[in-house]
Ligand binder design. Structure first.
Ligand code: AGP
Length: 610
């Protein structure tokens, strides 16, 4: 969602804030702004649109300050415009605030503040916070105390940073439900919603937890609870490098991340395969492995692409590890009064590790005594920290809003977990070794698929003007159909639906005519004959068929319009390979339509609101 960055120190904060905001733009990008304080002067500059527009605007302003905060917005309340952009300020422009999250009781607070004479300029929920803090400052409280008192009245989620002209030696930050880190430097300190914003300056960070507040000066920081209890925090060293979060010569992060998959998949497996034993070793699960293996049931909760990975996980865990498994959208799970007990294991899958619904599902499952395990990409993220144990997918930073390499790495990690459980139950060593061998072969097979990039680009040219797409798959590849459709709709804005292929005849078949491209995921697996029948059904109605099929499948060519042939693997791993041509198809269609692939409209990388 929104991105937050702040600086206090001896340098000019303006370029630091702008560069930090550019790194954060993938989180939200409808407007941006900075607020700075220097020598008793305070100013806010904000703009509708991208950070580059803000940068252009301040280019000739010759701004200089040692204290400042910046924000990129993803609108929740009020349209994207300059007034609704952050920072928000009090009426005499001495107090600036940036916010990521949603203040649920903002109308009640606003009504109370209006009675006190406060005047509101924006339509946002965030603006109430700045006036609420001001209402305590005018009573003589310090900035820190005023923030604490204000937050006591607030319901909802927030990551906030506040600066005040009368106390220019500090930034006060606080979090509940939205991520915040403090970055430590020499005679300078930073705050951000995401380490990527400050990685150019420091690798030493302190993660705030929910209900905590930090007072950050240029050479010190203190952390306490909102209710004023001092807390000792651990300093973490970030291992990620700056190069890892750059585009590395690719036109878009999405393409870079698709092309990185041989390496990201390899990294997800590195040091985790026990070749002779035909199993996996997952350090993060050592303490809980017996409880996991003896679970009566596994639940997987996630959102979006991570939910699709969970659906593939369900097939793996039931088919190979023989544990009853259910998958549920985190947003439904959290409000459903789910039946969970201490014999259940709940996996939370999240690339960002910050998705609000997934985090709420985690807390619900934990409350009810289940074993709660995280499968996350972002190291140190809230879901990773709040899980009892877990496995990092190690895909590396994913910046493009459309998830690609995180999906394939999530599938790799789910297959490692499946292997671990299955080998402790009924899977034989030779069967385990077969899976290990196929896992090891994945990076080379992915490299082969990526060589089809040009061919897929040509296909994109032919289909870029379609208004609708249908994606069909069966068994393990039904979730791949859902993921292919999601990729296309989120970046190309073409309406696309994914279905289990057999379901087509129960409704979607009515849509099929010569204008409807239908993508079939048709590997030669246990469902092949059935899917060929479904292809024939579409062909009989004039639909344009694109098939993803195995190398060496000589039959399929005669019944489809286009076929992308890819290397074969075992059924349980085939979603990893089959999803890659679909990522490339969505990417090229969006590029050919001239769309912003990395920052599609209305979307945010990390969805930290409900
Ligand atoms: C995927 O391309 C999406 N942009 C989105 O569906 C995403 O997967 C979802 O918001 C979950 O995010 P998470 O994995 O960070 O929890």
């Amino acid at each position: 969602m929104c991105g937050i960055v702040g600086y206090i120190g001896n340098k000019n904060c303006v370029p630091i804030l702008i560069n930090g905001l550019k790194r954060l733009e993938y989180r939200g990008y409808d407007s941006a702004g900075i607020g700075i304080i220097e020598n008793g002067n305070s100013s806010i500059i904000k703009n509708k649109g991208k950070v580059s527009a803000l940068e252009e605007r301040i280019h000739n302003m010759n701004l200089h300050a040692g204290l400042g905060i910046g924000h990129t917005r993803w609108a929740t309340h009020g349209i994207p415009n300059e007034i609704n952009a952050h920072p928000h300020s009090n009426s005499n422009n001495t107090l600036f605030l940036i916010h990521n999250g949603i203040i649920e009781n903002y109308q009640t607070i606003k009504t109370g503040l209006k009675k006190l004479g406060y005047h509101f300029t924006s339509e946002t929920d965030s603006e109430v916070l700045v006036h609420l803090i001001d209402s305590f400052l005018v009573k003589g409280y310090s900035l820190c105390k005023a923030v604490q008192l204000a937050l006591n009245e607030v319901e909802g989620t927030y990551g906030i940073a506040v600066i005040y002209r009368e106390e220019p030696d500090k930034i006060v930050v606080a979090r509940k439900g939205s991520p915040l880190v403090v970055g430590l430097g020499e005679n300078e300190n930073f705050i951000a919603s995401d380490v990527s914003a400050i990685l150019a300056h420091t690798k030493q960070v302190v993660y705030l937890d929910d209900g905590e507040l930090a007072v950050v000066s240029k050479d010190n920081f203190t952390v306490k609870t909102i209710s004023d209890k001092e807390i000792e925090k651990e300093v973490h060293e970030i291992s990620m490098s700056l190069e890892e979060i750059d585009k590395g010569g690719f036109p878009h992060f999405m393409l870079k991340e698709i092309m990185e998959q041989p390496e990201s998949v390899r990294n997800s497996m590195r040091g985790r395969l026990l070749i002779d034993e035909g199993t996996s070793k997952l350090g993060g699960l050592t303490e809980v492995v017996d409880r996991l293996v003896n679970s009566k049931r596994i639940l997987i909760s996630a959102c979006g692409t991570s939910w699709h990975a969970g659906l593939v996980g369900e097939y793996m865990l039931e088919h190979i590890a023989r544990i009853p498994t259910e998958v549920e959208y985190a947003s439904e799970f959290r409000y459903r009064n789910p039946i969970i007990d201490k014999d259940d294991t709940v996996f939370l899958i999240s690339q960002s590790g910050e998705t609000a619904d997934t985090l709420a599902a985690l807390r619900e499952a934990k409350n009810r005594g289940a074993l709660v395990l995280g499968i996350c990409n972002v190291v140190g993220s809230t879901i990773a920290r709040e899980s009892t144990a877990g496995v990092y997918i190690h895909a590396g930073p994913e910046i493009g809003v459309a998830s690609t390499k995180a999906f394939t790495s999530q599938l790799v990690v789910l297959s490692l977990i499946t292997l671990l459980i299955a080998r402790k139950k009924s899977l034989s060593a030779p069967e385990g070794r077969e899976i290990v061998k196929e896992l090891q072969a994945l990076p080379d097979k992915i490299s082969e698929i990526l060589k089809l990039n040009d061919k897929i680009e040509e296909l994109a040219n032919e289909f870029k003007d379609a208004n609708n797409f249908l994606y069909l798959g069966r068994g393990y590849n039904f979730p791949v159909a859902l993921e292919g459709a999601l990729k296309l709709k989120e970046i190309s804005y073409i309406h696309a639906e994914g279905y289990p292929a057999a379901e087509m005849k129960h409704g979607p078949i009515a849509l099929i005519d010569e204008n409807m491209p239908v993508v079939f995921i048709a590997p030669k697996d246990s469902t092949y004959d059935k899917i060929i029948s479904n292809i024939e059904e579409v062909r009989a109605r004039g639909g344009k068929i694109i098939a993803i099929a195995d190398d060496g499948d000589g039959e399929i060519d005669r019944i489809v319009d286009h076929v992308i042939k890819i290397p074969r693997t075992i059924e349980m791993l085939s979603p990893i390979l089959n999803s890659i041509p679909l990522q490339l198809l969505a990417y090229h269609i969006a590029v050919k339509k001239g769309l912003n692939v990395d920052q599609p409209r209305n979307l945010a990388k990390s969805v930290t609101v409900e």
